[in-house]
Design a protein around this ligand. Structure first.
Ligand code: 5GP
Ligand code: MN
Length: 341
């Protein structure tokens, strides 16, 4: 079987916390991605199976390509259900916070969660977890929070309570946070877990198709436009930058999630090890950063864009104009030259 990564005392604390309550709220980060939804819904299915009353609440709605996830139709988004969500936070007996390390990542929902009287249990794989949870299951060496949820359920002695829906959610998070097992994916036990999930009945090829092959024509055209017209290469810095204005997004009928994955594409160019994607959002510039090898995308995100993340996948934001944000980035590129391999 797989090794016991999660410390025994944490398992005991989680067991005790779950056993003594009914009302459990599960939350994740703003703009929930495949791992955020995979991990929260996997935990939701598990808690239902063992007879609890869990609710998943997200700061903002997840993208369409995740709508097929079993249980997705029961998820509450805070933006559109604030009153109900606030009530649920206030009356919760236990709150799980999944796939983020700092309350800031919950955006407008952060205060309601942090001020709720219920104890928090964090399950996450980002570096430097903030000190807000009573129990912190933080393992940055694990490539997805969904994998941690699998490990947690197993260690609670409840492998047999993982049903097909739960297994599908776990697999989706493991797959999306590793780019379909193309980065951060050398952990041998990932593949032991996948084998277990297949035994439970998941169709991994179908999940791949549902997540990666269901885009709109508009999204593909936007991608083509980005690569043809909007991608700037900085050969000296092995860097690529793609930017999109809100006007351009509008021209391509932009929907939430349409730009997902764009930032990864330039890494397939020989001689590009760092790729950045910036797009205008309603009140800020949203920035995604990806790297390969040892180049620290998270360092750049933290130092330039008030963000963070993992070595090879990070994000941040800017409240200047797009032009100013681009200038700041281009001016700073020489400072990171030493980190290139
Ligand atoms: P994405 O580019 O997919 O939005 O984010 C990639 C990773 O960067 C996320 O998994 C998360 O770890 C991190 N990240 C994204 N946006 C932010 C942000 O605004 N602040 C911090 N601290 N991390 C972020
Ligand atoms: Mn994750």
């Amino acid at each position: 079987m797989i090794s016991k990564i999660i410390a025994e005392d944490l398992i005991t604390k989680v067991r005790k916390a779950i056993d003594s309550v009914e009302k459990i709220v599960i939350v994740t980060h703003v703009g929930p991605d495949g791992d955020a939804m995979g991990s929260t819904l996997a935990l939701w299915h598990y808690l239902m199976t063992i007879g609890k009353e869990p609710v998943v609440i997200v700061p903002t709605m997840f993208a369409n390509f995740l709508k097929w996830l079993p249980g997705a139709d029961c998820v509450l988004d805070y933006e559109n259900n604030k009153a109900k969500a606030d009530e649920l936070f206030a009356s919760a007996e236990l709150i799980f916070t999944l796939d983020f390390n700092t309350p800031k990542r919950m955006a407008d929902m952060a205060d309601a969660v942090i001020n709720a009287p219920a104890p928090k249990i964090l399950v996450d794989h980002h570096l430097h977890p903030a000190d807000f949870a009573k129990v912190a299951i933080s393992y940055p060496e694990i490539s997805s929070t969904s994998e941690l949820i699998f490990r947690l359920i197993c260690r609670l002695g409840d492998f047999s309570e993982i049903n097909l829906a739960c297994a599908e959610c776990i697999y989706t998070g493991m797959m999306t946070d590793t780019g379909g097992f193309t980065y951060n994916s050398n952990g041998q036990e990932i593949y032991i877990i996948i084998a277990e999930l297949i035994k439970l009945g998941i169709d991994k090829d179908e999940i791949y198709r549902k997540v990666f092959n269901t885009y709109s024509a508009d999204r593909l055209r936007l991608m083509g436009f980005c690569l043809f017209q909007k991608m700037k290469i900085f050969p000296d810095y092995k860097t690529a930058l793609i930017t999109l204005t809100s006007k351009e997004l509008y021209q391509f009928n932009f929907q939430n999630g349409d730009a997902e994955g764009f930032v990864n594409i330039p890494l397939s160019i020989a001689g590009v090890d760092f790729s950045v994607f910036m797009r205008e959002d309603t009140d800020k510039i949203k920035i995604s950063l990806r790297s390969q090898g040892t180049f620290p995308a998270n360092k750049v995100a933290a130092e330039l864009f008030n963000g963070g993340g993992h070595l090879n996948a990070a994000g941040g934001e800017s409240f200047s104009t797009l032009a100013e944000t681009v200038k700041k980035f281009e001016d700073a590129l020489p400072d990171y030259k030493d980190f290139l391999e």
